[in-house]
Design a protein around this ligand. Structure first.
Ligand code: SF4
Length: 530
């Protein structure tokens, strides 16, 4: 048992639904209790799709458990086939149905339908949504891509041909990433054979083998399928994710290499505005801003690289809930001199954010709430997301335009340089004082108020040295602050005050000082400044 209030990912059958909903001509029969149809809302409300997902639920109830739930499942499969006439079906169980062990695969097979019916084994108590999506896509590709063999090879005069793998329903900015990447491939002179799962039919999966190579946009959902296609048809696949200017340039080089083309025309083209924007003088105040990054592995790594290498921020925390990709995130964190936070417990993430005292949090919908509580500016860079992150406007994360979007996304929540300056100078001003947030965000109370305003006697998480240790926090008492020390602390600019406070409290705790005085504050400053 694990006490859980928020979960970063749904159960694996939600991942399977994301694949089914992304595709056309595919139907999913899900053995599930009454009430599981809530999942429809993820697609019709959050993603604002205009049609119900292609999912038939058996919706068994308590009284059905005394009868034949296996028969109910078979009837549902037959009815779904008769009504929707799909090219192929997937069948499986949700968490509760897994417990009653009706064997959806065997039952569907016994019906002898004239279409491929692919059973899904999704262990709901061990695995989660992204794994479920990846496994479902892999199973579909395996069942429908045809007999393994060598690819057809390129006919003379034909442009290189690739598949784009990974975009799904309910994917964070997948719709616009796809437009951006298609445009990039086209300007390189590469044609797209099949995009899957988004928009593909089961018949399209049968054409995957015609491509020369595969572009994997989201490893969380598509790497397993790409590995299968490589093994079965000799198709190489991309490993670079085109997030950020650096990521996009390396992606262009990698793709051009696979296609046997010259990347120079695209690399020498107009590219993104991000490099100049971040070099321009107004961005000077961004240098060294402390940023904490958390999300799925692909976006967390991509955004940490942009923050550190393209905007000059200091990454003070990096983590993911994608356990399957922990190794990649650990390697990235090590390059930044950090220990990666691998967890799906948002309380661990909250404790790590508190300890690192960043000036900006880049995370998921959960980190948005955490940052709000702590009074820290935040931008959403990864699923899970809510409805506002399926915007009407064009808003990719990938490619050169994606880098433009990300520059704005990362800078927007921060206080502008002039405002920061005024706040430092006119601390007592009725308009520009510490209690107000960035004026362009409505002037809500921010920054330093939340974590710092906690009563001095309240338990606080253990502060961490840099590089931060992201073990479970230990609640320890904090020495109270003498009024003159508290007053002096307020003279420190608000965006570094959180760090100054945690450092001073740690300094006092390590020396078991009963009271934080003016002297303690200066001693701590001298100690950590060395
Ligand atoms: S079967 Fe799974 S998803 Fe459905 S209500 Fe139960 S725990 Fe939730």
């Amino acid at each position: 048992m694990q006490l859980t209030l928020w979960t970063y990912e749904g159960p694996p059958h939600i991942g399977a639904m994301r694949i089914a909903t992304a595709m056309t001509g595919l139907h999913y029969v899900l053995h599930a209790p009454q009430g599981d149809t809530y999942a429809d809302l993820l697609f019709t409300m959050i993603e604002r799709r205009d049609a119900r997902p292609p999912v038939t639920y058996t919706t068994f109830r308590a009284q059905d458990l005394g009868r034949d739930t296996a028969e109910l499942f078979k009837t549902s499969v037959s009815a779904a086939y008769a009504r929707f006439q799909p090219q192929a079906m997937i069948v499986g169980a949700s968490c509760t149905a897994e417990l009653i062990q009706d064997d959806p695969g065997g039952l569907a097979k016994a019906l002898n339908l004239p279409i491929p019916v692919i059973p899904l084994e999704l262990p709901a108590y061990q695995k989660k949504e992204n794994w479920g999506a990846s496994e479902t896509f892999y199973r579909l590709v395996r069942a429908l891509a045809g007999a393994p063999g060598a690819g057809a090879g390129r006919e003379p005069g034909r442009r290189p041909l690739c598949n784009i793998l990974g975009p799904t329903a309910l994917g964070f900015r997948h719709r616009d990433d796809l437009i951006e990447i298609r445009r990039l491939l086209d300007s390189l002179g590469i044609d797209v054979n099949v995009v899957a799962p988004l928009g593909a039919s089961p018949a399209d999966l049968g054409r995957l083998k015609d491509a020369d190579f595969n572009v994997v946009l989201y490893p969380e959902t598509a790497r397993s399928a790409a590995e299968y296609l490589k093994k079965s048809f000799g198709q190489p696949f991309t490993h670079v994710v085109p997030i950020g200017v650096g990521g996009t340039r390396r992606f262009v080089e990698e793709v051009a290499g696979l296609a046997g083309l010259d990347p120079a025309p695209v690399l020498d083209g107009p590219g993104s505005r991000l490099p100049w924007y971040s070099r321009s003088v107004d961005s000077t105040y961004l240098t060294g801003k402390r940023v904490f990054v958390f999300g799925d592995a692909t976006h967390a790594i991509g955004l940490a690289r942009i923050a550190a290498r393209e905007l000059g921020f200091q990454v003070v925390g990096l983590g993911t809930y994608s356990r399957e990709f922990a190794r990649e995130v650990r390697a990235e964190a090590a390059e930044l001199g950090l220990e990666a936070l691998i967890t799906d417990d948002y309380l661990d993430v909250e404790a790590a954010i508190r300890a690192a005292a960043p000036e900006l949090v880049l995370g998921t919908q959960m980190e948005r709430h955490v940052a709000k509580r702590l009074g820290i500016p935040c931008a959403v860079i990864s699923a899970p997301i809510h409805v506002q992150d399926f915007p009407a406007r064009y808003a990719p994360q990938m490619g050169f335009e994606g880098a433009n979007v990300l520059f704005d996304t990362l800078v927007h929540p921060l206080m502008m340089g002039l405002e920061e300056h005024l706040l430092g100078m006119f601390r007592e001003d009725p308009e520009f004082h510490d209690g107000v947030g960035p004026s362009h965000l409505g002037g809500t109370p921010v920054a330093a108020s939340a974590p710092q305003a906690a009563p001095a006697t309240a338990p606080a998480p253990e502060a961490a040295p840099a590089p931060i240790h992201l073990d479970h926090p230990v609640a320890v008492a904090v020495a109270p602050w003498a009024p003159e020390a508290e007053k002096e602390l307020k003279k420190i600019p608000f965006f570094v005050r959180g760090k100054a406070r945690t450092n001073t409290e740690r300094f006092a705790r390590e020396r078991q000082l009963p009271l934080i005085t003016l002297e303690t504050l200066y001693d701590a400053k001298a100690h950590y400044g060395r």
